[in-house]
Design a protein around this ligand. Structure first.
Ligand SMILES: *Cc1c(COP(=O)(O)O)cnc(C)c1O
Length: 228
C-alpha cells in the first residue's frame, strides 16, 4: 500500500481533473474521507496530509474517535442510517448530517442540537434506487422534507444526498444521478441555502462529478479495504 498522503494527493488531483473536464472549477468538489471502521491512526495520517472532512456511519465509533482526535481541527459528518434513539448524540457530536430522511428525525435533531453550537448542516437523503432496503425519501417527497429542514431553528439546509445501487457503467451511473441533479437545481430556485450535492463513492465518483456532485464520499479508494 502506498502511504495515505500519496493516495490522497492522487485522489485530490483526480477529483479536480474530473471537475475541470466537465467545465467546472478544479475546487468545485469537496472530498469527504469516509473513515468508518478505519483506525484513528489512518485519520491522523490523512489529516496531516491536509484532509479536513471525515465521514462516519456509527455514532459510538465516531464519538470515541473524536475523543482520540480532539487535538485536530476536523469537520465531522454523519452519513449512516439514523435511529431515532440516537438523534441526541448525532445532533451534538457532528457538524453535518447527510442522512436525514424523515420529518421526525429532522425535528428531533433540531430540538436536541445545543443552541449554543452553530446550526447543524443537513443533507436530505434521497432514495434513487427504490429498493426497500435502502433508506432515503422518495425523490417526489424531497421538496417537502427540505422545506421542513429549512424552517427548523437549529438546522441549516445544505443539500441532497444519495447512495444508488452499484451500477457497472458510467453511463448507467450518470443516468441514475441525473434526476437528483435536476431536482437539486429546481429546489435551489426557492431554497437558496442548498449548495451541496452529496453523491459519489469509490466506485462512481467520476459519474457523480459529471452530474454535478459538490461532495464525494470516499472510503475504500482512500484508506483501502475496511477492516472487518
Ligand atoms: C461506506 C460509505 C461510503 C464510502 O464507500 P466506499 O465505496 O468505500 O468509497 C460513502 N457513503 C456512505 C453513505 C457510506 O456508508
Amino acid at each position: 500500500m502506498p502511504h495515505i498522503s500519496q493516495t490522497l494527493d492522487q485522489l485530490t488531483a483526480d477529483i479536480a481533473a474530473a471537475a475541470q473536464s466537465c467545465g467546472r472549477p478544479a475546487n468545485a468538489v469537496t472530498l469527504l474521507a469516509v473513515s468508518k471502521r478505519q483506525p484513528v491512526s489512518a485519520m491522523r495520517d490523512a489529516h496531516a496530509a491536509g484532509q479536513r472532512h471525515f465521514g462516519e456511519n456509527y455514532v459510538q465509533e465516531a464519538i470515541d474517535k473524536r475523543e482520540h482526535l480532539a487535538d485536530l481541527n476536523m469537520v465531522w459528518h454523519f452519513i449512516g442510517p439514523i435511529q431515532s434513539n440516537k438523534t441526541r448524540d448525532i445532533a451534538n457530536a457532528f457538524d453535518w448530517v447527510h442522512s436525514v430522511d424523515r420529518d421526525k428525525i429532522a425535528e428531533r435533531l433540531s430540538a436536541q442540537r445545543d443552541p449554543a453550537l452553530p446550526a447543524l448542516n443537513v443533507c436530505v437523503q434521497v432514495n434513487l434506487s427504490d429498493e426497500d432496503s435502502k433508506s432515503g425519501v422518495a425523490l417526489a417527497d424531497a421538496a417537502q422534507l427540505c422545506a421542513l429542514v429549512a424552517r427548523l431553528p437549529n438546522l441549516a439546509l445544505r443539500g441532497l444526498m444519495a447512495i444508488p445501487a452499484a451500477l457497472d457503467s458510467e453511463a448507467e451511473q450518470r443516468a441514475c444521478f441525473a434526476p437528483l441533479r435536476q431536482e437539486f437545481d429546481r429546489l435551489r430556485e426557492t431554497l437558496p441555502t442548498l449548495d451541496t450535492l452529496s453523491i459519489g463513492m469509490s466506485g462512481d465518483y467520476g459519474a457523480a462529478i459529471a452530474e454535478g456532485s459538490t461532495m464525494v464520499r470516499i472510503g475504500t479508494a482512500l484508506f483501502g479495504a475496511r477492516p472487518s
